[in-house]
Design a protein around this ligand. Structure first.
Ligand code: BTN
Length: 255
C-alpha cells in the first residue's frame, strides 16, 4: 500500500506513530517534509519537487539492518533506471553514492512493543532534481539524479516506481532472505578498500573494510588486527572505479 502525504514533519516519525494501524510493507511518502531526520541525530534537508522522502514499514525482518538493505536495493534499481549511464554504489551503512558524493541516505528505526522488536521503519531521502547550487545548501558533498544524469523527473512518478520496487524486494526477502542479502553485499563496492572511519566519539582512523557481518556491522582490519565497527561514519579514500562514467554536472539547466 502507498500513502502520499502533502506535508509532514518526518515520514519516519509518521510511520512509527501509525505503525500498528498500517499493513506490513506499507510505504508512506511526503511531497514535503519539514523536519526530516538523518543518522546520528542529523537533519535531513529536502524541498518539495526536489527530492524523494519516504518510509516503509516492515514487520517480518529478522534484523534491523535488513530493512535498510531492502529499501536501499529497491532505490538502487530505480535510480539505475533513471540514470543508467552512472555507477551508483552503497557506502556503509546504506547510503547511496556516486563517485565521492552522496545521492541518498537511509534511516532505519526499530519499533518496540512490550520489550520486543515489532518491526522496523526504514526511511530514505533521495536527491532527485536539485541543481549543483541547491546541493551546496546541504553542506556536504552531494549529488542528485539530475546532476549525474542531466534529466529531471516527476516526484510522484518516482515515488510510485520506488514503492513498486520496495514491495518486490520485500517479497523476495521474505522468500529468499539470503539472496537479497548477498545482492546487498555485492553492491557494497567499498568492501576490500581502504576507508577512513570516524568513530562515535570523533576519533578518525584508517582501516581496510574487509566485510559486512551478520548484523550489518563492518568487519575492518587495522594494524594487522580484525575489529568490528558499527557506529560512526565512513569516509571514502578512493571512490570505486569510475572509468566508464560520464557525469553531467547540472550543465546549462542550472536554475
Ligand atoms: C542519513 O543519510 O543520515 C539518513 C537520511 C534519511 C532521510 C529520510 S527522508 C524520509 C525519512 N524521514 C526522515 O525523517 N528521515 C528519512
Amino acid at each position: 500500500m502507498l500513502i502520499v502525504l502533502d506535508e509532514v514533519d518526518s515520514t519516519n516519525t509518521w510511520a512509527k506513530e501509525h505503525f500498528f494501524e498500517l499493513a506490513d510493507g506499507t510505504v508512506v511518502a511526503a511531497l514535503e517534509q519539514t523536519a526530516g531526520r538523518g543518522r546520528l541525530d542529523r537533519v535531513w534537508r529536502s524541498k518539495a519537487g526536489r527530492s524523494i522522502t519516504l518510509s516503509a514499514l516492515f514487520r517480518r525482518v529478522s534484523a534491523g539492518f535488513h530493512a535498510g538493505a531492502i529499501v536501499g536495493l529497491a532505490a538502487l534499481e530505480v535510480i539505475r533506471a533513471l540514470a543508467p549511464e552512472t555507477e551508483i554504489y552503497f557506502k556503509w551503512p546504506n547510503d547511496l553514492y556516486f563517485a565521492d558524493r552522496k545521492l541518498a541516505g537511509v534511516l532505519s528505526e526499530g519499533v518496540v512493543r512490550q520489550g520486543e522488536l515489532a518491526g522496523v521503519v526504514c526511511g530514505i531521502g533521495i536527491n532527485l532534481n536539485q541543481t549543483e547550487k541547491e546541493l551546496l545548501e546541504i553542506g556536504a558533498p552531494a549529488c542528485s539524479v539530475y546532476t549525474i544524469s542531466g534529466r529531471k523527473n516527476g516526484v510522484k512518478k518516482v515515488i510510485k516506481a520506488l514503492e513498486k520496487s520496495i514491495t518486490e524486494c520485500y517479497i523476495n526477502y521474505c522468500n529468499y532472505p539470503e539472496k537479497v542479502l548477498a545482492r546487498f553485499r555485492a553492491e557494497n563496492r567499498l568492501i576490500g578498500t581502504e576507508v577512513e572511519l570516524v568513530g562515535a566519539t570523533g576519533e578518525v582512523f584508517r582501516a581496510r573494510f574487509r566485510d559486512l557481518d551478520a548484523d550489518g556491522g563492518m568487519v575492518i582490519e587495522r594494524g594487522g588486527r580484525i575489529e568490528r565497527f558499527d557506529c560512526g561514519d565512513v569516509r571514502i579514500v578512493v571512490p570505486p572505479e569510475t572509468a566508464n562514467q560520464c557525469p553531467v554536472t547540472g550543465g546549462n539547466n542550472e536554475e
